[in-house]
Write a protein that binds this ligand. Sequence first.
Ligand code: ARG
Length: 476
Amino acid sequence: MKSRPRKRAAPQSGAAKSEKLWGGRFAAGADPTAERFTGSLAFDRRLWPHDIAGSVAWAKALARAGLLSAAERDAIVRGLATVRDELAAGTFPYRAELEDIHTNIERRLQELIGEVGGKLHTGRSRNDQIAVDERLYLREVIARVRAGVRRVQEALVARAAETIEAPLPGYTHLQRAQPIVLGHHLLAYVFMLQRDRDRFGDCGARASAMPLGAAALAGTAFPIDLEALARDLGFAGVSPNSLDSVSDRDTLLEFLAAAAITAMHLSRLATDLTLWATAEFGFVEFSDAFATGSSIMPQKKNPDVAELVRGKSGRLYGNLVAVLTTMKGLPLAYNSDMQEDKEPFFDSVDTLEAIFAVVPPMLASLAFRTDRMRRAAAENFATATDLADYLVRKGLPFRQAHGVVGRIVRFCETEGKPLEGLGLVELRRFSPLFEDDAKDAVTVEASLRARAVTGGTAPDAVRRSLALARTLIARA
Ligand code: ARG
């Protein structure tokens, strides 16, 4: 004989038992720890506007298919409007024992309109219901997130416009490399963020297939006009495979990936700024409003906001990896594991929105020390490439020019002189090709002006890319 754990006490009343959606099949009630463990109301409640929208459209579709009378449809739609008002007003009686937001809403509807409320779930499952709720929410969120990215772009563009003539050293390997202008550096992030904004848009386009109608997994058994339903809910079309509809979360993953990439970009911007704010660089000062002090060191001013923008990239990456990992081993079709998509997803939405709120005003309040940048741009032989390019223009193959200027730099280092400190006689010791105009080639301004190609750091080129950035940002 099989040994079974001692039966849990049967529920006291039929009413308690019928609280569950699956009451008919179950003789015993749920263990309270199991109930707490499986419930999702604490976090999926934010989907209520989309759950109601999906249900209203579903009720209308049922009526069109002859499954609800006009009166029944109207009662359900009116009842859902009341539920919506309660939710919006904060008077909705949430019940954690009803597991999730879908069940809470459906049960409240039944309380309000009686038995006819029980017809709403005809031909539908929570599996396609959650899929459609998440897509509706995703589309709304994408619009908000793209607007947030744009606000960061606008803040960067405003600072770039002021700093097109402001030279600073550009770096490779974190070593001074060649002069650039600050506007060029800031615009680099604007174009990165433009691709981020596009990525969110692409994700939205793929989220425009409607999963409702898949029911549990095999497709609804009722003749619902899914195309009309999709139009009603603002989807571009109907998802072509019911298993796919309820099994995948790849549109969420795309969102999480786009969020992680955006966070990576802003993290690098934050690193530039925190580095520039050090005494060693001294290129920027954070305003008091976007910095913090130390509890022990009275002199400290820390770029906390920038540091935390950088730090939050960690959770945005983590959320992507969490959902990827949750999904990777799941057999088709729906599995409860997929309930674990929500908290990482919502956390990424909230974290992005927090970042987008703080970064634009922080950028606006930065004080750039362009005098110090200007000085640094002229140091450390930053225009050595320009001297080699000078020799190239006189006909010397670049490899030889590189060697000549390398020897000049070594000479200057031992002499403790800058490049522009060398006279023509000294230069000619390294190559007879040098003439009087050589000294003009090694100024910061000449170095900048030379880089006039599309995408280069010459102020005129930067002005053109600023205009392009403004055009891209103005687009929806
Ligand atoms: N809370 C569930 C989720 O987030 C909703 C779908 C539940 N479906 C089910 N068969 N248990 O995925």
